[in-house]
Design a protein around this ligand. Sequence first.
Ligand code: DI6
Ligand code: FE
Length: 410
Amino acid sequence: MDPDATHLWIHANLLTFDRAKPHCGLLKDHALAVRGDTIAAILPTDSPEVRAFKGKITDCRGKFITPGFIDCHTHLVWGGSRALEWEMRLSGVPYAEIAKRGGGILSTVRSTRSMTEEQLVEASLPRLEALIREGVTCVEIKSGYGLTLEDELKMLRVARRLGERLPIEVSPTLLAAHAVPPEFAGRTDDYVSLIQHEIIPAVAKERLADAVDVFCETIAFTHEQCHRIFASARMNGLAVKGHVDQLSNSRGAELVAWHNGWSADHLEYLDDAGALALAKAGTVAVLLPGAYYFLREKQKPPVEALRAAGVPIAVATDLNPGTSPFASIRLAMNMGCVLYGLTTDEVLAGVTREAAWALGRADRLGTLEVGKQADFLVWDVTHPAEIVCQLGTNIIPERVFRERTCQPQT
Ligand code: DI6
Ligand code: FE
C-alpha cells in the first residue's frame, strides 16, 4: 500500500463500478485508503498492509461505499418561479400554449436577465445544497436563460461561483441555443450566427464552459442550425452535447454522434439507427425521467435498443424551473427504474461511471479505482437497491469530497 496514505476506511462493501465486474463491481469487506485528494489503495480488510496501517481509520461496519454521485444534466441557475404555470398545466393548458402566451423558457429568461450575479448565486444555492445532501459531488450546470452574450456569460460565472462556494465540482455548459430570444423573433439564423461567431468564442476565451449544448427540436433549433453551432464549438476547443429527439425524431442523436459528442440527452424518440450511431461514437445516452414525468409524456426512450447497441446510459435530474423542477438525484434514479424500466445497477452506474463519461471526466471520476479523485459516499444500507428505493431519508453518514469529509448539511 502507498506508504503516504493518510486515512483508511475499513470493513466496507465497495461498489467500485469496475466495468469488467458484474453488479456494480462489488468488493465485499474491503478497505479504501486515501492520500491527499486521491484514492491510494483498495485492499481486502484482512490484508497485512491494512493491519499494519498507522494513520486514521474509519470502521464502516459493513456499510456500502460508492463513488460520489454525478448529476450530468441540470439547469440549476435561474431566477423567478414557474409554479403558477405548473398549476395552469395541471388544469389542462398545454406547455406549448403557455409558451405562446409569453411563459415557458422565455418567462425564466426575463427573470434571469433582471438579476445580478450575486442574486442568482443566492437563488441557486439551495438547489445545489439539496443535490449535495443526496451525495452529488460533481454537477453539470447549463446556461440558457440569458440568451445574450452578457447574460449567458453572467450565468456561467454564477455556475463557477457556486463551485467555489460549496464543496462540489461544477462542469459548466453553454446552452445559448436553448430558445430564440424575443429580440431575434423570426430571425433564428441571425441568432445562430451570434452564437457561432460571438458567444462561443467569448466563452472559450474566458474558459467559462467545458461544452456546448443545443435544443435540437421542431420548436427550437433545426438539425442544420445545431450542426453550425457544434462546428463552432469544436473549432473553439469545446465538447458538444445535445437535447435531442425529445419530442420528435430530428436525427439529433446522429448529429451529436457525428461530432463525437459527450452525450445525447432525453432520446424519447430515438430509433435503432440513432442508437447505433451513439454506440459507434461512444456517446453516452443521458435519460431524464423527471421531464417525462412532469410533462406527463407517453413516449419512453428505447431502453432495450440502447442496451442492445451497447450504448452507455446515464441518468440525471434535468433540474430546471419548467419541465423538471426537482433537486433530487435519487428521485431521478427511482423514476429511471419505475418509469423507464432501468435496473437498480443501471441507474447506480448511470450517476457514477457513465455520468463521468458524459462529462468527459472518466479519467478522474465515476469509479472507485486507485489514482482516481477521492470523492465517495458511505451509505448506511444493507443492499445497494435501498439507495434507489428508499426516498427522502438521509442515509449518507459520510460524504468525502477530495479527501475532505463534508457531512451532508441538514
Ligand atoms: N430541458 C430543457 O431545457 C427544456 N426541457 C428540458 O428537458 C425546457 C426547460 C424549461 O422549460 O425551462
Ligand atoms: Fe434539459
